[in-house]
Each structure stands twice: as structure tokens, then as C-alpha cells.
Design a protein. Sequence first.
Lengths: 168, 424
Amino acid sequence: VRADHERDYVEFVTARLPGLRRLAYLLIGDGHRADDLVQQTCTALYVHWGRARVADNLDAYVRRMLVRAFVDERRRSWTRRVDLDDQALDRPAPEPTDPAQALVLRQALAQVPPRQRAVLVLRFLCDLSVAEVAQVLDCSPGTVKSQTSHGLAALRRLLGEPAREGTR
Amino acid sequence: MNGYDDREAKLLLLPLAEEPLPPSGLDAATMVRAGRRRVRRRRLTTLAGAGALTAAALVAVPLAVSALSRPAPVTASLLAAPSTAAAAPRPESAPPAPTSCTAQRLPVPAGVREAVVLDGDPAGRFHVGIGYAAGRTWALRWDGGRLTVLSPPAKDVDSLVVNAAGVVAGSGGTAAWVYEDGAYRRLQEVPSGPDGGIQVTGINARGEVVGNQGITGKLKEGATVRFPWRIPVRWPAGEGSPRALPLPDGDLDVAAQGIADDGTVVGQLTRRDEVPARSADRAVSWTADGDLRELSPPRGAGSSTGAHAVTGDWVVGWSEAADTQAITRWNLRTGAVATVDDLAYVGGVNRHGWLAGFLRAADGYETPAFAADGKVVRLPSVAGALPGKEGPGAFTLSDDGRVLGGILVTGADERPLAVRWTCE
């Protein structure tokens, strides 16, 4: 990677890191494993940077890399911590606004199957359209809709809410 | 009938959107190091013949070996400019462009195997760069070629800029900072930015700094979670508070890339559209008062534009036409815009509109060079440097064109060496 390209990479990753960490954290629900997924994604991005940097929509490209690495069972190498330096953790853990509510929800979401979980996170927390989610997951819009439906039903069940039939 | 309601689903998941992220040791420098190791490993694998990744990777081996016997260029030569596409009225104050240069390898701390120059000041006295070795980075400043190793309040550094007073702004790891009069001060984030990482991209003679801050939470009242995003920020000289640069409404990606001495900031703005093909980059400038305007694209090359450096009236960046990118130069005072084909890449511009970058030969080898008044000057190599395809280049040149900074490469893995050229 050429030095000036590397500078572009650093700039991109610095700006996107918080967003990528948030996406990974929403998908996985565990800070350390989420960071592993982000690092795996960004390392792969570095290796392919020459091609990636001219992508039409780099954000979408990187988001797709991260989500696909998450849902692809065969490539779950992010479950191991790799290459992470012993950085000083000089930021204290911030207090969530309602820790109990967020924790219960996070634990429930973590039990929803990965693809359905990815659909819920992308659609309702990242505000992606059905078409965009379909592109990220390389499936049809119809599949996204059915995965959304199944995912929400599973989440509500895990949260102990009554099932809802066809509310629109 | 989907069996669910979008608004209700959003409300159900909302507590997660508001949840703060746990602390992390991840930063861009960590990823760069991991990425470099990965790239090296791939190269080593190919050299050992353990895996035929692609035909291209295999033919790269004999090229790297033959590079050892290629004579390195040792003297500057003057070429007639192939084009006057970017010819602009030459300011009366412009001195004659230098024609002959010598190269000096800049000193680095013991143990540093790779170093790059990232910026230089318009007077040609200071350069800043990064040294890499064994999993750590050094922030380096050279004064007339003499080294000072900085000790910023962040363990890693990935971006550095310097002005003519030797004031350095840097970012990386968990902090962005300014080094002035032997002391460091942290650059504060704008208050609306949770989880923000700052990348500095420019400093001017007055000591004003620009950069970009990542944003993940709500930026505006009533807005939903924006994802991923950043905003351009200006820090005044001294202890003043940072100010986000004004932005139009909409779903945007914006980056400030440099600041002129009069406070003009340049960068690029992308309006996001549901249809990717309708998203386009636009080169933009903000006046010192914050007025935002688009820089006109060159005729016939306006599908996308971006600006990446400014000095005085001159802005350098790129524009696209029919899937090819062209180096593009704007004059903020006259409004002139033209593509430049003197060089294959441009990293820096000076107050006369002269450009520092590199030439690329038909065989892919790159030679640092600058273009001044339609003439191209190739920059010489140093002892130990080898021809390279991924790295050699000049990235900054002084206003009189007599001092340039950049990199040359050495070794089969094309390790970068920090280099300063002086010309007359």
C-alpha cells in the first residue's frame, strides 16, 4: 500500500471506526468480539485498499464486508482475538442511559439467529432500506422482509412479549 | 402484509441505538500494522512458492529481483512538458523554477526501518513524518533536515501537518494534539460528537488546524442514528474551542483536507443517495467566514471531483470523466480550473501552483518529480534506494520550489525511506 494511499486508508478508518464498532457491537453484543470483527474487516480492507478505495460507495462496501464476515459461519475467525496490541484503555466505560433495558434487549438480540439479527440491526438501527439490506446480505428483498418478520417474532418471544399477528 | 410495523420495530430496538460503546484499544494505526503484516505475509508466501495466489503475484517476484540490478537515477533531468493543459497566468512574484536537485535521506531514530514524510512547511524549513518499527510509531519533525523525535500524548500517530513556525498538529491512537513551543496541547472534540475519532489534515501559518471528526450518535435534534459519518472541524490557534464547519442539510459525507493561510478550507462533500449512481463527490471550499461553495469541475470531467490540498490561491485535487481520474488544479481567485497530465500523481501544491508528485513509466516504476510552469523536473534518488512501483513520490514542496519532501523505497518489500530534496 503506497504511503499516500495508506494515509487515505488511515483517514477513512479513523473516521469510520466508531461507526463500524457500533455496527459490530450491535450485531455481536460483546465489545471484545465486536472489536475482533472490526479488526478483521479493516485488516482485509487494508490488503484490498488499492481496489476498495475507488469503490463507488466505500461505506457500503465496508459495511458489506463486515456483515458478511459476521453471518458467514465458515469464517467466524473473529471469535478469536488476533493481532490486537495492548493499547492503553484511557477512556472510562460510559454509563448507558438505561442499563437494565439495554442489557436485556442486547442479550435477547444475541439469541436471534445471525442473519435475522443482521437484518434487524441494519434495518432498524442503521436505517437501511429493504433494498440496501438485500444488497448487503446478497439476497432478495423478499427474503429480507421474511427475515425481518421472523427476527422480530423471535426477539419479542425472547423478551417475553405476546406474539403479534399481522399488525400493520 | 409483512406481519410487522417499521415504526414499532424501531422503537423496540431504540435502547440499543442510544447505548454507549464500551472502551476499546482499536485504532487505525493498529489496523495499518496488522494490514502491513498481512501484506508482507502474502508476499513471503508467494516468494516461498507455497501458494500460487494469482499469476500477477507470481510475476511480481522476478520484477522485484531484477529491480536490484536496475541503476537508480542519480541526477535530475529536465523534460519538456508534454502538455500545457494547466497553464495559468504566472504570478509576477514567481521565481524561476529550479532545474537541478540533490537528494538527502532524512535521519530517523535508531531501530526505525521505515519512515515517510507527510508534510512540509511553505518556507521549506520543516518536514514532519512517521517512523515505523517493531509495532510502534514515532512522530518525527525535521528542521532543515535535523531530527526532533516528538513525544505526543497519544501512543500512536497516523497523521501529521506542520507550518512555517514549526508548529505541528497530529492525530492517531486516542488523541489529536498540537505541538508548539516545546509543549503539547490536546485538540478537543466538538461537543455534539460522541465516540469521535479526530484526523487532522491541515495547519496554516496562523496555527489554525482543520481535520475531521467521526460522528455516530445524533448530530441534530430529532434525527435518527446516522451511520457512519464524520464532520469537518476547524480549531483556532491557541486554546480556543473547535468549530464544526457549516454543512448543508441532507445525508452527507464531508471531509476537510487542507487550510490556506487566509483560513480558506478545502475538501470534498458527498451527498448520499439511495441510488449509489446518484451519489457524487464534489470538491468544495469554505471561506474563513464559513461560506461553503462548490469548485467548478473542469469542462467534460465533472461527474465527480475532490480537493486534497490548498496553498495560497491554488487547490489541487482530482476530477473524473468516463471512469478515469485526472489530476485537477483550481485557482480560487481567478476561478480557473484545468486538468493536469504532467504527473501521474500529485501530493502537494505551492503558492505558485507548482505541483509535487511522481511520474509513472510504462513499466510501472515511479519517479518523484515536480511540475512548475509547464516544466517537469525528475527528482534524484539516494544511495541504497531502489526503483519502486508502490511508494516513491514527492508530497510537499516549498513556495520557492527549492525544498521538497517525500519518500523513496528500498528492499524487495519496498520499505519507504524519508527523503528531502534541495534544488536550485
